[in-house]
Unconditional design. Sequence first.
Lengths: 185, 185
Amino acid sequence: MARESRTPFVILGILNMGGGKPLSGYDIKQVIDGAISHFWAESYGQIYPVLKRLAADKLICAGAVKRAGRKRSAYAITAKGRIEFSQWMQRSPEHGPRRDELILKLFLGSKTEIPALIRHLVQRRDQAREMGDQYSGWLQMSQGKKESDAPFQIITLRAGIAQAHAFVRWADESLAILRRIEKGK
Amino acid sequence: MARESRTPFVILGILNMGGGKPLSGYDIKQVIDGAISHFWAESYGQIYPVLKRLAADKLICAGAVKRAGRKRSAYAITAKGRIEFSQWMQRSPEHGPRRDELILKLFLGSKTEIPALIRHLVQRRDQAREMGDQYSGWLQMSQGKKESDAPFQIITLRAGIAQAHAFVRWADESLAILRRIEKGK
DNA sequence: TTTGGCATGTAATCCGTTACATGATTAG
DNA sequence: CTAATCATGTAACGGATTACATGCCAAA
């Protein structure tokens, strides 16, 4: 059996945020693709079926709402749902099996592939720099907020920044090593 | 269609390492669970079927070898396999969708769950410290090696160290924030 | 001889992505 | 009018883990 899906809990958690305003599947996807996209992902193919299942289990309740003329089926978390979510929060988070293709390629690398490895490294270093800058910007914006959720989101932003920064440093050092090997050979 | 499996290339890459000595499925699993376990994982359920498929495609060739009395079916990479592997190495590595349950829980956290979050954070920080120390030890050992594969493995070890170090720093800062909130409320 | 590790595999199952399908609304 | 976007879904597919099954060899 594959390990337990965390999708239902993500959904419950998002519905539980910010005062528990009802959200549609589309809204939830927006949240995931927005603020948390750098450490989590869900597809519609997961969200909509799970939403139905959660409603059937009375962990969330559906209510048809109209916004801007369009009909949307929005869901709100129930008391039962809050309990379920809280129990999941207590459980020790699994350290998911990291699969980093860049590191893997570096590990498997040999002299002949150095130019390609350098290309990959440069590309990802630049990406990491961009990400870091973006997070820093968001952090600036978050600093001023008074919402009770803010400190938690700040912590995750700082995680992204720290990770990106460490990555850039390491990438630069590794590039130096690779270029030295390339020249020497 | 789910994205292309990288398992065959990992296997080809490992068979390509260190002079291309023939390895069995068991050996390959040992390598993966050993040096690269912190950034890659494969199960027997993946390895053995892929091994057969690769042999059928003539990317590796099977040969029954005896070691320590036991019979083992070991595989060696072929010239065709090396080409396939090299082409994969040229391709830009995908930045796999990171799913970090700890960060997710922090993001979804609210005041009531702070004690649990602190527990999770402490646990993972201590894990990261241990990992970092372990990598540092391995790095010491690797530094002296003259094998041509060594520099690449050193780079990946340094990645692990840098990541672990950054994580510990961030975790300590975050713990301070959480404890401050807890006291203040 | 029986226990346990070595070694090889298969089957069931489930998660998650991709692709497809549909309709309603708004902007041009 | 029509193209784009909003919004909601479903079906098919494939990857990966887990659990199960098997047999050999060595040591107690």
